[in-house]
Design a protein around this ligand. Structure first.
Ligand code: NDP
Ligand SMILES: O=C1O[C@H](COP(=O)(O)O)[C@@H](O)[C@H](O)[C@H]1O
Length: 481
């Protein structure tokens, strides 16, 4: 059966920067199923040739040394453009006719919604009304970009409108963090090895830190970002996804239903915050200079940094806090998960600095890999010890470029594997965790937003907050090579 990927939002940034380069590289590597075609849709009046020419230029730019003119020509021969307004039923019927003619019979189809979020439900309804969700001529799937709603109510409304047209099995909600090699490797690390599992619980682990730090500022995305803030932009999706994969139980099989079932149980086990919890277990900050960004109101209270302490009320994690932290304008770009083990029960040796428990540092990006921090003897210094690490780097094992997340996710969607996509209940539960925190931050009783200098690790209070709990953030920028 042939495959068609219909991209709504063909002239947009995501399409040229991520989607087309990912599809092209999959083609170049021979991973795209044969007879896969791409059809772009947006209101701009391109011809297919003009769109191909634009995409050639942007793909060349975004794939760098991996661009190969011959492979591009081969790929571009299967790229088409159909102008149309997805809100116009006539345009959608024309699109339906165009696709049927192009496919000439049975074909599997993906509708990729890469337009403004407010158009997602309309696009789905218009696809349905034009008969394009009919599954009789091959599977019809819809891929929905983030953000999936802006709170629980809007996410529920979106789910309900989508489900009137597509069954849940045909809905693929993208969280691009799940397409990252190192996030998938976390599943392999946990469930493909036997040495970690016995130590992956409250008996040995003191706490878990999940940090997504970005060096970039908000820049020209101020208009969007100010309505979103760090909680909606990063925590509701990427950080909670990382937390679910860190905390979940082993699935019985590696399939979408089992994996997502286990992830959802983590969200269900997160202790709801009430009363004083919001003040004690959440911090929020805004970097100096944010108010001068384009599109940001001069009195904005939107946080660009947050640190949270969450508890997972189940047998494995009882008493083990999960610290989640994310911010823009930070010291460096690093996404890392730190599993901090308890200190040994008895101190036998003298340590050079302060004695540290063992630490497993899972580097998601950009220095993909993992380090195990252990105590070792300082040579020729009696029985003094110091912290050293066992260091595994993906890039030392793998000569090529690590694939961008969109390659894996697009291929999975084409192949009908939803394991790395968010299910409706997962998205709603995540909003259920984030919404009360946002409400508390917006209440008159909330403590004031903290300011922080760009280039550090967020507000000073964040460091103090950890110290008060007898803990320390792992504020280390990764060494890239
Ligand atoms: N860019 C990124 O890196 C990321 C984006 N996302 C999400 O992906 C989505 C797309 O983002 P991005 O590409 O940046 O957005 P853009 O604003 O760059 O693109 C929006 C696209 O939608 C098209 N469009 C708008 N209205 C209609 C309509 N009525 N009918 C048909 N097409 C229409 C526009 O084309 P035209 O005006 O020609 O119709 C354009 O191609 C957003 O939801 C965003 O949140 C998620 C993660 C990262
Ligand atoms: O979804 C988003 O993610 C990016 C960070 O993604 P990464 O793959 O570069 O880690 C973030 O900058 C952006 O604000 C957010 O919308």
């Amino acid at each position: 059966m042939s495959h068609t990927i219909v991209i709504f939002g063909a002239s947009g940034d995501l399409t040229s920067r991520k989607l087309i380069p990912a599809l092209y590289l999959l083609h170049k590597k021979g991973r795209l199923p044969e007879s896969t075609r791409v059809v772009g849709v947006s209101r701009t009046t391109f011809t297919s040739d003009a769109w191909r020419a634009d995409l050639e230029e942007t793909t060349r730019k975004f794939t760098g040394d991996s661009f190969d003119a011959a492979a591009w020509t081969e790929f571009a021969a299967q790229v088409y453009y159909q102008p149309g307004d997805l809100q116009d039923s006539g345009d959608m019927e024309t699109l339906a006719g165009f696709l049927n003619e192009l496919e000439g019979g049975e074909a599997s189809r993906i509708y990729y919604l890469s337009t403004m979020p407010k158009l997602y439900p309309i696009a789905v309804e218009m696809i349905g009304a034009a008969g394009m969700a009919d599954q009789s001529q091959g599977p019809r799937r819809v891929v929905i970009e983030k953000p999936f709603g802006t709170d629980l109510t809007t996410a529920q409304q979106l789910n309900s409108r989508v489900h009137k047209v597509f069954a849940e099995d045909h809905v693929y909600r993208i969280d691009h963090y799940l397409g990252k090699e190192t996030v998938q490797n976390l599943l392999v690390l946990r469930f493909g090895n036997s040495i970690f599992e016995p130590l992956w619980n409250r008996n040995y682990i003191d706490h878990v830190q999940i940090t997504v730090a970005e060096e970039v500022v908000v820049g020209r995305r101020g208009g969007y970002y100010d309505t979103s803030g760090v909680m909606r932009d990063m925590v509701q999706n990427h950080l909670l996804q990382l937390m679910m994969i860190t905390a979940m139980e082993s699935p019985v099989r590696f399939d979408a239903s089992m994996v997502r079932g286990e992830k959802v149980k983590v969200l269900q086990a997160i202790r709801p915050m009430t009363g004083a919890d919001f003040a004690q277990n959440t911090l929020r900050g805004q970097y100096d200079g944010y108010l001068n960004e384009e599109g940001v109101p001069s009195n904005s209270q939107t946080p660009t940094f947050t640190a949270l302490k969450l508890w997972v009320d189940n047998w494995r994690w009882q008493g083990v806090p999960f610290y989640l932290r994310s911010g823009k304008a930070m010291s460096c770009r690093t996404t890392q998960i730190v599993i901090q083990y308890k200190e040994p029960p008895l101190t036998l040796f003298e340590h050079c600095e302060s004695l540290e428990g063992n630490r497993l540092v899972i580097q998601i990006q950009p220095a993909e890999g993992l380090q195990v921090h252990i105590q070792s003897k300082v040579p020729d210094a009696g029985m003094r010890t110091r912290t050293t690490d066992l260091d595994f780097r993906f890039r030392r094992q793998f000569a090529g470029d690590l694939p961008d997340a969109y390659q894996r996710l697009l291929l999975d969607a084409i192949q009908g594997d939803a394991s790395l996509f968010a299910r409706s209940d997962e998205v709603e539960l995540a909003w259920g965790i984030v919404d009360p925190i946002l409400a508390a931050w917006n209440s008159p009783a909330a403590s004031p937003l903290m300011k922080y200098e760009p280039g550090g690790w967020g507000p000073e209070e964040s460091t103090k907050w950890m110290y008060k709990q007898g803990r320390q953030w792992f504020d280390v920028c990764p060494v890239l090579h």
